[in-house]
Design a protein. Structure first.
Length: 410
């Protein structure tokens, strides 16, 4: 039996675009139509209408924290025009969380942008940071009385990788130069957002907010100990896992380390070359590990090594996402249990972890993979929009209630 601290924040995460439905003014809405994706987000989970019911279920599951995102394109559907009705909606969302004793963890940017912003060049535009800050100021002023935890940007390196390296997500660019430009603007946006939010709280005499990013981290495992592979692992750890944390910590713009962890990546570099060192992955399909329904290796040991690798920052960690998509719910509970064990072991080694948020509270729109991957503690029937907590949710709820986890139980 292992036991987590009494004040450990147990919870789950969602994002606006993936759950709300009808985010008509977003660049993703436009992209879905043009790219002819297998599924379009459409009504998603209709969470925009059903958020009260969803939060009631979250609190029935003994969760104490809920991470969600604000859809910028709702708040500012046209450049400089802010929509009071939508600001009021999110005020209501956050106050319902508070009524349910769910600590809100609010993300400001989770992959999507307003279409007008994308049309102005998005994160390539020199003024992108200024545009973002205008929105941040509005929403912070509206929510500051009720929100303590802020996440500026979700998985910036994942966003850059899909949008500017693979060129798969909007704006479908494929250029290292543009990737670098976007990265620099996102770093700038975070630092300025951090200062702005801190400043607003100070002016209003509110308790200091706690601000971070949601940094996606993978365990990079070389297939062989060749020099190419070892260099590749070093570069990927530095430029994928740590670059944002390093830069933000140096600027004094992090109060904690927000971490998302899902899987490992097997590194096998075919030939010398910058692109190969950064991007080559093993094609041999020789991993014997169990996989999620998208084929990602399930590797809880990676959670442990990633957490130990954060010691140099001397900041507390908050796990903002960890989860599995699967059609076999018993696999979900095994996944959670394995990862909680790794977290516990890392805590025994001195890593300070504030909390754990499972991705995701409910099934949702998994971007270009559509609605097929099922990540939810709660099942969503997309024909009726009925919600049904899974067995794994009940297992997780028991841990959330007691903080205790029996590793020997079947
Ligand atoms: O669904 C995504 C989420 O939007 C960001 N983190 C990873 C999840 C699973 O792929």
């Amino acid at each position: 039996m292992i036991e987590f601290p009494k004040d450990f924040l147990w919870g789950a995460a969602i994002s606006a675009y993936q759950t709300e439905g009808n985010n008509l003014n977003s660049d993703w809405w436009d992209f879905e139509k043009k790219a002819g994706l297998k599924d379009a987000s459409g009504l998603a989970c209709r969470h925009y209408e059903f958020f009260r019911e969803d939060f009631a279920l979250a609190s029935l599951l003994n969760l104490r924290a809920l991470r969600l995102s604000i859809e910028w394109s709702r708040i500012e559907p046209q450049a400089g025009q802010f929509c009071e009705k939508e600001i009021e909606h999110y005020r209501e969302v956050v106050s319902v969380l508070r009524e349910r004793n769910l600590e809100p963890v609010v993300t400001l940017h989770h992959f999507t942008n307003p279409l007008w912003f994308a049309r102005l060049g998005g994160w390539q535009n020199k003024k992108s940071t200024d545009y973002f800050l205008r929105y941040v100021e509005k929403i912070t002023l509206a929510l500051c009385g009720q929100v303590r935890f802020w996440v500026t940007i979700n998985e910036p390196m994942v966003y850059i990788y899909h949008s500017f390296i693979l060129g798969f997500w909007p704006p479908q660019e494929k250029s290292f130069f543009k990737a670098l430009q976007a990265r620099n603007n996102l770093i700038k946006a975070h630092i300025k957002t951090y200062r702005l939010i801190q400043d607003i709280y100070q002016r209003k005499n509110l308790a200091k907010p706690l601000i971070s990013i949601a940094n996606s981290m993978q365990a990079f495992v070389p297939c062989s100990r060749s020099l190419k592979n070892r260099i590749a692992v070093y570069l990927r750890e530095k430029y994928f896992n740590h670059v944002f944390l390093d830069r933000l910590k140096k600027s004094g713009a992090l109060d904690f380390l927000g971490i998302n962890y899902y899987t490992r990546s097997l590194v096998e570099v075919e030939r010398w070359g910058l692109r190969n060192l950064f991007l080559d992955i093993c094609k041999k399909n020789h991993s014997l590990l169990p996989k999620n329904s998208l084929g990602w290796d399930i590797y809880p040991e990676g959670m442990y090594s990633v957490l130990l690798g954060l010691a140099k920052y001397r900041l507390p960690v908050f796990i903002l996402e960890n989860g599995i998509c699967t059609d076999d719910d018993s696999q979900r509970w095994d996944f959670i249990r394995g990862h909680l064990k790794s977290i516990y072991l890392a805590m025994q080694k001195g890593v300070k972890v504030w909390g754990y948020l499972y991705w995701s509270l409910m099934d949702n729109f998994e971007w270009d993979k559509g609605f097929t991957p099922r990540f939810g503690l709660i099942e969503v029937d997309y024909a009726t929009y009925k919600r049904k907590p899974r067995d794994s949710a009940r297992e997780f709820a028991a841990v959330c209630k007691t903080g205790r986890l029996d590793l020997d139980a079947e």
